[in-house]
Design a protein around this ligand. Structure first.
Ligand code: FAD
Length: 307
């Protein structure tokens, strides 16, 4: 892995650096480029703007690795409030939510995470929208896929995420390509060991294409989460090859990343969903975005010193 990426991902888990960055006079604009804001109102405002420009949305209330029940409960409450607001504002048909199980108690007790995720799914059903479970580091993959299976018994539309950097993912993609399944395919954002993950980016990309083929050739609804122009082009070609019409799969990109490309794809008739993170816990998320792209890091560091 690129040393800068390793360094920044280490900083994401370092409490001292976390405190320094969180209290530094970071330009509001820098954080705002990637994070919609801290409140439900901010999230709904960003959602409305994107929906009005023809995009769909998935919202992530930031917070992960919760080790206390009260914090997990606050996360559930934030999702319930958000879903209620999406419904009352008439946005629920174009805006769903993404949930990290670690934010609702997975590390404390898997059953608590399942119960909390179930409450969010029930609220999403009432609001008329869907939920996707984000995927975190490889130590949680089995637990998260197990919870996805459980949730899908009651809510068959609950989506999951697979990461092409993991060796196991082609098998998972094949197993999860059946009717009704909604699977987001991404490269993967965590610092994984060579024993479980491809380290060379080219291998990660090749795996992405193999997994995309498995999903497109199945009966489910694949969601291709990438900003990579080459992969976006290949997916378009593979979708046509498998006779997939736009709307029987979708592209997904992160809030603030390649917004012109998001609009271009949507303008060409594709479904494009933008992943909007919001909430007070923006630090870990921002660090992962920095790790992915040195240009983002330079932009961020410049704003730190120029304040
Ligand atoms: P990269 O390998 O980062 O970049 C490839 C190419 O894309 C670059 O060379 C460049 O041409 C272009 N590009 C990338 N970033 C930019 C930019 N900022 N500006 C301009 N061009 C750019 N990861 C998880 O582990 N679990 C999840 O649940 C998860 N959910 C996600 C949901 C969505 C909607 C998205 C988009 C990503 C998600 N990720 C998740 C993150 C993902 O795993 C990758 O870390 C992230 O998307 C970067 O990979 P990439 O495919 O965009 O390509």
């Amino acid at each position: 892995m690129n040393p800068l990426r390793t360094l920044i991902l280490a900083a994401a888990g370092n409490d001292t650096i976390r405190h320094l960055v969180a209290t530094a006079p970071v330009s509001r604009d820098v954080v705002r480029r990637f994070v919609a804001g801290e409140t439900t109102q901010d999230a709904v405002h960003a959602t409305r703007g994107l929906v009005e420009s023809g995009l769909s949305v998935t919202l992530d209330y930031l917070g992960e690795d919760t080790t206390d029940r009260d914090q997990a409960e606050r996360t559930v409450q934030a999702y319930l409030e958000l879903l209620d607001k999406l419904h009352s504002d008439g946005l629920a048909d174009r805006a769903e939510v993404s949930v990290k199980l670690s934010a609702v108690g997975q590390a404390l007790d898997e059953r608590l995470a399942l119960e909390n995720a179930s409450r969010i799914c029930a609220a999403a059903e009432q609001a008329g929208t869907t939920v996707t479970l984000d995927m975190e580091d490889h130590t949680t993959t089995d637990s998260t896929l197990g919870t996805l299976r459980e949730l899908r018994r009651s809510w068959p539309w609950v989506g999951g995420v697979l990461q092409s950097y993991l060796h196991r993912t082609l098998d998972d993609a094949t197993a999860l390509s059946g009717e009704g399944s909604r699977i987001r395919l991404c490269k993967g954002a965590y610092n994984e060991p060579e024993s479980v993950a491809y380290i060379d980016q080219h291998d990660v990309d090749l795996s992405y294409v193999r997994c995309a083929n498995a999903l497109l050739s199945g009966e489910g609804y694949p969601m291709f989460a990438t900003h990579d122009p080459r992969l976006i082009e290949i997916i378009g070609e593979r979708a046509r090859w498998y006779g997939r019409k736009p709307g029987s799969y979708e592209y997904q990109m992160l809030y603030g990343v390649r917004p012109d490309e998001q609009r271009r794809l949507a303008g060409s008739g594709e479904t494009v969903r933008v992943y909007i993170p919001y909430g007070e816990e923006w630090y870990g998320y921002l660090m992962r975005r920095m790790a992915e792209r040195p240009a983002n890091t330079a932009f961020f560091l410049r704003s730190l010193v120029s304040k």
